[in-house]
Structure formats: structure tokens, C-alpha cells
Design a protein around this ligand. Structure first.
Ligand code: UDP
Length: 501
């Protein structure tokens, strides 16, 4: 391509390479939509089953660019590496049901390095946003001279906690007792978990510890990191990341606010219950319904489902409950308490969604006044954006840290466990669930304060992505940085053309 002085530069081209699980693919597709709206050409590299999951989000985003020379967002589809042993079509974390399959899946997924490198060599994008789990993508991108932006898809608070853990290994001096308390040093807040709750324990899983060390090191030697978060949400951790850790990070979220695909986002098979659920919500008073969902990977035991059903019944609050594949596989006699089915009869008190729920539409519905969540980061941020306060029931990994942000730091949620170790007994009591729902949604000073804060945070989140907002500006500054990297190369081309003339 001949480039002459004064001619407009071609748009930036960014390759997105998400990990193969909905909680990673969904925010990446939204981020591509958000970047495309700023004039960036985006390509998402993924496999056929995962492409189907994000197809409708990408198509809706591209509708806005009809008539342009090229689609703003392309999906580059590569086959899922076949190493044998996995059933056909198992290409996504959500489809894994055994540890053996999980290991095979991870082994096969590593082979995506080859098509990733081929894409870089053939297309020379300006940058790649690749998942932190693809830690080898840092070196692969560097070998091709492409700056890599790492994306893990969690909060800055949770990412800082993992960093503290990996840097300090506080477990070394903690007794080998699941209830022993572990303090994560060097963070803006006092963060303490029980040993059994720690995401990685080097004494028990040295392989996981080594993997997370590789991930952290790869993120650190990358060009920078992008977060689906915004400055006003966790300013202490933005400061901590930039100043204390000296890491370069851009906060570009909440990316879900860029989605034009409110209903079909994240699936090619929306639950047949979706429309009737929305119609049912239309009949309910404002702020009267609690929405219950545990995301895409967190499963509940029959005992936990039983307690949850008891809690919903006892709370007296109307509810929408999304029951995922594992729950659907159970016979209702394994978990449903007596009388619970009557609550749903004629849609009086409750609605159960089997399959994929249109979560953004539900959270945005005026009837929804609370979200009982596992605190996956996407769900948490979607609740924040919708101004909906949360009842929190985290199970593992970053969910525990996200709960801390929601309940202790931001004050927009009520914890079911309240730090108690219900998990080791395998049960969260229905009474504790009911009490938390009532505390959040009932008429009380506490409930009013939490709701007020949630509303305020929702407004701040929308301001962050609007023209002039903090996330809008971070996207702009990232684009400037990437353009500036290009200029020396363009200068050489321009210089040689002028010299030749
Ligand atoms: N989600 C949805 N409908 C469902 C289940 C999940 O739209 O029935 C979406 C949800 O809106 C969120 C994502 O799937 O964007 C789940 O991500 P999160 O980080 O909350 O949890 P994970 O599944 O990764 O644990």
C-alpha cells in the first residue's frame, strides 16, 4: 500500500483472542463492539462452537457499519484442535463435565498457538488483546512484533489479590488447616480468606501455582492489560495497579453497555422460557423481584438447590431463578422442597428459567430489585451497570474477592454467608438466604442505603463509557498509544517514498 504524506491512516486493527468459556468470550465480543464504535477494525479468533456463541453480538454490532468497506468486526474461525478423547463439539469450558475432559480440553486448547501465530504473521494487526490464560501468547506476539494486551476478565481488586498472593506466598507461614486465616499483604484494603478458599495453594497444587506464576509474569511483560471495569468503581485498585505495582492498565468498561444484543447475547440457543419470563416480569411491581443466577460454570449441589428454594420461599419475595444444565439434569425430587412447585403455579411467586436467560434484559427490567449472584465478574458488573443491588453467594476463585468489593468496599450488596464457612458443611441455610434477600429488598434503612448506592453506581458506570467519561478516555489513550507505535514505521515508509521522488 502506498502511503503519502497527509493521507489518512488506515484504522487500527486489533486481534481479540479470548479463552474458550462464556465468561471470557462474552466480554471480549462486547469489547470488540465498543472498540469498533471508536473506528477500530476488530477480529476475534476462535473456534466454531465459540464463534456461534458470540455471533449474534457481532452481527448486531456490525449492523451499525452497514455500507462500510469491510465489517468492523470479523470472526476468524479455526478448528478446535483434535487430540482425541473429547466428544465432538466440546470446545468450551461450559461443556466440560469431568476432570479428565477438562485436562484434555486444556491440552488441546494449547495447540491454538499455531493458528494464533499464523494470523499474526499473515495480518500484522496493530495489537492483540489475548486472554491471560493464553500466557504463551505474550511471547508469540512479541516474536511477531505485535504488542499484547492481556485480559483476564476480572476486577482490578481480584487481580491485585492474585498478584499479592503470587508475589508473597502468604500460605507458607499459615498452618495446614482449611480454616486458618490467610492475609494478603500490600493491598489497599485488609483482605483475608480462609486457607480452603484460596484459589491456589502451592503445597496442594504446585502445577496450578506454576501456571498462575506464568500467567502473572506473561501479563507483566506484555504491552499492558485491559480491564472490564471503570476508574470510579475501584479507584484504590487503579492507583495500586498503576503506582504500587507499576503496571500499565486501561479500564474500558463496563463493556456490556456497548452491547446492542440484549436478548441473544452469549448464546445461539436462548431459553424458550425467556419471553414468557419477561412478560411475567411486566406484571410485577417495580423493584419487587429478585433475580437468581450463578453464571455459566458454577454448579449447585442438590443440597444447595434445596436450601436456595427454601430461602426463596421463606423470603416472601418474588423471584426469577435460572437453573443451568446441571440443575436441569436433576430430578426435582432431589432438591425441590414440599410446596415449592405451588409457588410457581400460575406464576404467582416465582418463575424458573431453564437454559440461557437474557440476563441484560432481566437486570434492566424495572420489576427487578435485587440479584442473587455468584459474583462472577461479568454478572457483578452487569448488576452495577443496571443499578441493581446484590445478594452475594460466591463459591470460589475471584468470586470471593468480587464479593468483598461489592459488600465491603462499595456497599451495594448483602452477603449470604457473611464470611461464615457454610461451604465446608456443603450447605447454605435457607434461613440465611431469606434473611439476606429481605435485608436487601425490604423496607429498612439498610435496604434504602444499599439501593441508593447501587443506583448511584449505575449512573457512574454509564457516565464512564459516554463521550468524555473515564473509560471512554482510556480507550482513546490506548488508541493513541497504538497509533504512536505505528508512526515511526509510517515515517520510514513516507521518508522512503519522498526520498524516491
Ligand atoms: N449469562 C446470560 N444468561 C445466562 C447465564 C449467563 O446472559 O443464563 C451471561 C451473563 O450475563 C454474564 C456471563 O454469562 O455475561 C457469565 O459471566 P460471569 O463472569 O458472571 O460468570 P461465569 O459464568 O464466568 O462464572
Amino acid at each position: 500500500m502506498a502511503v503519502v504524506k497527509g493521507e489518512q491512516q488506515p484504522p487500527l486493527h486489533i486481534l481479540f483472542f479470548p479463552f474458550l468459556a462464556p465468561g471470557h468470550l462474552i466480554p471480549i465480543a462486547d469489547m470488540a463492539a465498543l472498540f469498533a464504535a471508536r473506528g477500530i477494525r476488530c477480529t476475534v479468533l476462535t473456534t466454531p462452537v465459540n464463534a456461534a456463541i458470540i455471533r449474534s453480538t457481532v452481527d448486531r454490532a456490525n449492523d451499525a457499519f452497514r455500507g462500510a468497506d469491510y465489517p468492523a468486526i470479523n470472526i476468524s474461525i479455526v478448528p478446535f484442535p483434535d487430540i482425541g478423547g473429547l466428544p465432538p463439539g466440546v470446545e468450551n469450558g461450559m461443556a466440560l463435565t469431568s476432570d479428565v475432559d477438562r485436562e484434555r480440553f486444556f491440552e488441546a486448547a494449547q495447540l491454538l498457538r499455531e493458528p494464533f501465530e499464523r494470523f499474526l504473521a499473515d495480518n500484522r494487526p496493530d495489537a492483540v488483546v489475548s486472554d491471560s490464560f493464553w500466557h504463551w501468547s505474550a511471547d508469540a506476539a512479541a516474536e511477531h512484533g505485535v504488542p499484547r494486551l492481556a485480559f483476564l476478565g476480572t476486577s482490578m481488586l481480584a487481580r491485585s489479590c492474585t498478584e499479592s498472593m503470587l508475589r508473597n506466598n502468604p500460605l507458607e507461614t499459615v498452618p495446614d488447616d482449611p480454616d486458618a486465616l490467610v492475609l494478603l499483604p500490600g493491598l489497599p484494603h485488609r483482605v483475608q480468606l480462609r486457607r480452603s478458599q484460596m484459589m491456589i495453594d502451592p503445597a496442594k497444587r504446585p502445577d496450578h501455582w506454576a501456571l498462575f506464576q506464568s500467567i502473572n509474569a506473561a501479563d507483566q511483560r506484555s504491552f499492558g492489560e485491559v480491564f472490564n471495569s471503570f476508574h470510579e468503581l475501584e479507584p484504590d485498585y487503579v492507583e495500586h495497579y498503576h503506582r504500587t505495582l507499576g503496571r500499565r492498565a486501561w479500564l474500558v468498561g463496563p463493556v456490556a453497555l456497548a452491547s446492542k444484543d440484549m436478548a441473544g447475547r452469549g448464546t445461539d440457543a436462548l431459553s424458550p422460557d425467556a419471553n414468557s419470563c419477561l412478560r411475567w416480569l411486566d406484571t410485577k411491581p417495580a423493584g419487587s423481584v429478585v433475580y437468581v443466577s450463578f453464571g455459566t460454570l458454577t454448579t449447585s449441589s442438590p443440597a444447595e438447590m434445596h436450601q436456595l428454594a427454601r430461602g426463596l420461599a421463606l423470603s416472601g419475595v418474588d423471584f426469577v431463578w435460572v437453573i443451568g444444565a446441571a440443575g436441569q439434569a436433576l430430578d426435582t425430587s432431589e432438591w425441590m422442597p414440599e410446596g415449592f412447585a405451588d409457588l410457581m403455579a400460575r406464576g404467582r411467586r416465582g418463575f424458573i428459567i431453564r437454559g440461557w436467560a437474557p440476563q441484560l434484559l432481566i437486570l434492566d427490567h424495572s420489576a427487578v430489585g435485587g440479584f442473587l449472584t455468584h459474583c462472577g465478574w461479568n454478572s457483578t458488573l452487569e448488576a452495577v451497570s443496571a443499578g441493581v443491588p446484590m445478594v452475594t453467594w460466591p463459591r470460589y476463585a475471584d468470586q470471593l474477592h468480587n464479593e468483598q468489593l461489592v459488600v465491603e468496599v462499595l456497599g451495594v450488596g448483602v452477603s449470604i454467608t457473611g464470611g461464615k464457612d457454610y461451604a465446608s458443611s456443603g450447605e447454605v441455610l435457607g434461613e440465611a438466604i431469606a434473611e439476606s434477600i429481605v435485608r436487601l429488598m425490604g423496607n429498612s434503612e439498610e435496604g434504602d442505603a444499599v439501593r441508593e448506592k447501587a443506583k448511584d453506581l449505575g449512573m457512574k458506570s454509564r457516565c464512564a463509557v459516554e463521550n468524555g467519561g473515564s473509560s471512554y478516555n482510556d480507550v482513546g489513550s490506548l488508541m493513541d498509544k497504538l497509533m504512536a507505535r505505528r508512526l515511526p514505521v509510517m515515517g520510514v515508509i513516507i521518508g522512503s517514498i519522498m526520498h524516491a521522488n
